[in-house]
Design a protein around this ligand. Structure first.
Ligand SMILES: Cc1ncc(COP(=O)(O)O)c(C=O)c1O
Length: 490
């Protein structure tokens, strides 16, 4: 029995790797759709339908979770949408309010990841909706790269007020904000080398992908800009097998002691890119000295420092920019995700002395989009008005504390770490090695319990709820998480 299930799992993994499970689900759905003509009783129909989501059904026993509408849409999705994205469980969304998402079959979920740290002001936020509606009545798009308009200027003033950077470049996503920072650094320094950190994630277009160093799969077969990688302060799995604080932050010093000496001269380095807290790489929070040391090394070697605040920015960790937690100011800061209040919006921030490139060097079609600018401004104003910085500190502390209590009862929780409302739980085997299979099982059990969580790193579960989540929702979400741990623990 165990052997059979092992073989099944390895087959499933094999299919997951190749995207074959999607094709399988699609074929099964086609079969299902053909059989839809024959009337069957509700329960039988649900059981019948259950056969058609092969991967999720057999591996995770989701017979009663995936409703008929969801099945149909997943089948159609697999047929027509590129399979390159990885979905951890079969959620088909329909509507949402605050921190709760309703799926197409009417089942509700507490969203503990906020659409990957995007919905900081909550779903269907009335103020953001009103701002969008009001702009919608006027116009949605104006080729802001060619003409002028007020909404992006108002937003830029708000960004200056919140961040103290005096110049803004708009784009539509995180990867574009990072690309813009790469280009500005190249343009300004006339150097063409970059440095980033192991486990980092900076996006998937070719420039940002050169910096990304999270999973080899993300880079396979793609060419790169010259980039050297240095070690981040992943204290739970210290690359130098040292202990904080006696380590003396050896990892940060590697930049100077190894990279600049042996791999990439500072004279060829346009910029060092760093996430204040590593996101996709495993919600890794460095000790405060790490960023200060990196800052000092960049200053000493006359190299620009760029903070990728795509995930950490917009109050996710308390202050508007997460680098404020470390008392570090970088030359460039990149924003996206939560910036648009749920609409696509990215920005690169720098001071006017640095961002002094002339007309025509860089631009795009949708950057500063009117609808996105209106949503962004109202979302930031809302978060400010709610004094969200303090609330994030309070809720983040509570979330970490409750998860640490769970850690005492579940030995496979190796580490609980976080900054503000960005908390990671690392799932491990008894010998502390990674356990992605159990991690994925927990995610699916959590989904069955009615909470949405996502993976990151090799073996980590990330918590990044909307910043407006209520205490009751958080308590209920963590109770459900405990149930999921119980089920996945056996
Ligand atoms: C730190 C960081 N930078 C860049 C990106 C890329 O953003 P996008 O997916 O909007 O291109 C992400 C996305 O997860 C991110 O977390």
């Amino acid at each position: 029995m165990i052997q059979r299930s092992k073989i099944y799992r390895s087959k499933v993994r094999e299919r997951k790797e190749t995207g074959e499970e999607c094709i399988l689900a699609q074929k099964k759905t086609e079969e299902f759709e053909k059989n839809q003509g024959a009337e069957k009783s509700g329960e039988n129909k649900a059981m019948e339908a259950g056969q058609y989501l092969d991967f999720f059904e057999h591996e995770a026993g989701m017979f009663n979770i995936v409703g008929p509408k969801a099945r149909k849409i997943i089948g159609q999705d697999c047929n027509i949408i590129s399979a390159c994205a990885a979905r951890p469980y079969p959620l088909v969304v329909d509507s949402a309010k605050g921190s709760v998402i309703r799926d197409v079959d009417g089942r509700e979920y507490i969203d503990l990841v906020a659409g990957i740290a995007v919905m900081n002001a909550g779903y269907s936020n009335p103020e953001v909706k009103a701002a969008i509606s009001s702009q919608l009545e006027k116009m949605t798009h104006c080729a802001y790269g060619d003409f002028f308009a007020e909404p992006p200027v108002k937003l830029a003033k708000k960004l200056e007020e919140l961040s103290s950077y005096s110049k803004v470049f708009y784009c539509n996503s995180g990867t574009e904000a990072v690309e813009a920072a790469i280009k500005l650094a190249f343009w300004k320094t006339k150097r063409q080398g970059l440095i980033s950190f192991y486990n980092s994630f900076h996006g998937r277009t070719l420039g940002s992908l050169s910096l990304t160093c999270s999973k080899a799969r993300q880079k396979e077969h793609f060419p790169a800009i010259r980039t050297a990688h240095s070690h981040y302060a992943y204290c739970y799995r210290c690359p130098f097998k040292l202990e904080y604080p006696s380590c003396g932050i050896e990892c940060a010093k590697e930049l100077e002691n190894l990279i600049f000496r042996r791999e990439l001269s500072p004279k060829d380095t346009a910029a060092v890119f760093v996430e204040p807290v590593q996101g996709e790489g495993g919600y890794i929070v460095p000790p405060p000295e790490f960023h200060r040391e990196v800052r000092q090394i960049c200053t000493d070697n006359d190299v620009l420092l760029v903070a990728d605040e795509v995930q950490t920015g917009c109050f996710r960790t308390g202050p508007f920019l997460a680098m404020e937690n470390f008392g570090v100011r970088t030359e460039i800061s990149c924003l996206a995700k939560a910036l648009g209040g749920g609409l696509p919006m990215g920005a690169m921030l720098a001071d006017r002395k640095l961002m002094d490139w002339p007309q025509g060097v860089h631009s795009n079609t949708f950057g500063g989009n009117l609808l996105a600018s209106a949503a962004s401004l109202s979302s930031l104003e809302f978060l400010e008005k709610e004094n969200i910085k303090n609330r994030v500190k309070e809720l983040g502390f509570k979330m970490k504390q409750l998860l640490r209590e769970l850690q005492e009862n579940f030995p496979f929780i190796g580490d609980v770490r976080g900054l503000g409302m960005m908390v990671g739980v690392e799932i491990v085997k008894p010998d502390k090695s990674i356990d992605p299979i159990r991690r994925d099982r927990i995610l699916r059990e959590a989904f069955k319990e009615g909470i949405l969580l996502l993976p990151c790193g090799d073996s980590v579960i990330r918590f990044s709820p909307p910043l407006v989540i209520t205490d009751e929702e958080l308590d209920s979400g963590l109770e459900k998480f405990q149930k999921a741990l119980n089920k996945a623990g056996t």
